[in-house]
Design a protein around this ligand. Structure first.
Ligand SMILES: Nc1nc2c(ncn2[C@@H]2O[C@H](COP(=O)(O)OP(=O)(O)OP(=O)(O)O)[C@@H](O)[C@H]2O)c(=O)[nH]1
Ligand SMILES: [Mg+2]
Length: 343
């Protein structure tokens, strides 16, 4: 199932029912008083946040939604039923824009619900118009149309930690190790084409597809996924101990050292921020920890320490990880829990 993070749709709230002209029928009374009931109002149109990032793909075949029409009034003063409300479920992190009015709603928490279109009023029946001067009103009102609109939904994933890094850094593998996710892992670049989410003790971890030099201008999987880091609370930046040759063979990277590879991604984050004028709200200003992955490919422990010290100069927390070492995974998992709890 392809991951869909954008959609357009047409929506209409319910039309109000019509009021009616009716007369009371009573035995021995040739013409009773007015008894046309009022109509029901049209159903309102809501959007509501659910914790299901794949829900947009459910609406693939259907792009028009409408709430229920109000029922007409009836005889014997019966009030028509209100039309059924319609609630469109959207993933947490959706930004809904009314393309006709530019109004915008942000669904940031599960269960959050917004009224985006109001149903029309139901019309009055003739009984409503009864007065001392007009005991036989022949007037009734039609229902009012419900509001209509064209909308756009853009999904920006909400996560507590976003795993970022060059392709093949080990992001999906780490997601699988820490959470219940079953992300695809492969020894080639761009295994992950869509973000994956996992639950880490109630925190959401997002595995973001590999970012490469030029991503902010659309290279590789491009800008599409940088957007998903925007609402992530903190970043874990993975840099692998893979040999230079391996990396070059995989996606033709020009830069050599691990630090240079790290900086390459940082530069993309900054460029993206600049392009969108995000300033301090941007990707580059997010709290970031660094995870040096695949330490098992290095035989000399001194080499690992040397790299760690090099990265520590960036004044960020640095972790070393090999997914073949359970103790290392446990340590990272414990430390991450502590970091997340502090927030
Ligand atoms: N030796 C070693 N290999 C690892 C480790 N972690 C991951 N790998 C391997 O590295 C390769 C890439 O792992 P993925 O988890 O798919 O990497 P990714 O960062 O998600 O890659 P993309 O989805 O392409 O961006 C796979 O062959 C993994 O088995 C590790 O700790 N040690
Ligand atoms: Mg991956």
């Amino acid at each position: 199932m392809a991951f869909i993070d954008e959609m357009k749709f047409e929506a209409e709230a319910g039309r109000g029912g019509d009021g009616v002209v009716r007369w009371r029928k009573e035995k021995f009374v040739p013409k009773g008083g007015p008894s046309g009931g009022d109509a029901g109002r049209g159903g309102d149109f809501f959007v509501q946040a659910v914790r299901d990032i794949h829900i947009l793909s459910k609406y693939k075949a259907r792009k028009e939604f409408e709430a229920g029409r109000g029922e007409d009034g009836s005889n014997k003063s019966l009030h028509g039923k209100n039309g059924e409300d319609f609630t469109l479920e959207l993933p947490v992190g959706s930004i809904v824009t009314n393309l006709d009015t530019d109004e915008e709603w942000q669904l940031t928490e599960e269960g959050q619900k917004f009224l985006i279109l109001k149903g029309g009023y139901g019309g009055f029946g003739n009984e409503h118009f009864k007065s001392s001067v007009n005991t036989t009103p022949k007037e009734a009102r039609p229902g009012q149309d419900g509001e209509k609109g064209n909308f756009k939904v853009e999904l920006e994933l909400f996560a507590d930690i976003g795993l970022i890094g060059l392709p093949n850094a080990g992001k999906s593998s780490l997601l699988n190790a820490l959470t219940n996710a079953e992300a695809k892992v492969g020894d080639y670049a761009f295994t992950t084409l869509d973000p994956n989410l996992g639950d880490f003790y109630g925190y959401i971890v997002a595995d973001i597809p590999g970012i490469i030099e030029g991503a902010s201008e659309g290279k590789g999987l491009g800008v599409k996924f940088l957007r998903h880091i925007k609402r992530t609370k903190m970043l874990a930046h993975l840099v692998s101990f893979d040999e230079e040759e391996t990396i070059r063979a995989q996606y033709g990277a020009k830069k050599k050292t691990m630090l240079a590879r790290y900086k390459e991604i940082r530069k993309e984050l900054e460029k993206y921020d600049k392009k969108l004028k995000l300033g301090k709200e941007g990707l580059a200003s997010k709290n970031e920890i660094i995870i040096l992955t695949k330490s098992d490919v290095i035989n000399n422990p001194k080499e690992i320490i040397k790299k760690v010290n090099e990265f520590k100069k960036l004044s960020k927390q640095v972790f070393v990880l090999s997914l073949y070492d359970d103790k290392m995974i446990k340590k990272l998992s414990d430390d991450l829990t502590k970091i997340l709890k502090k927030k």
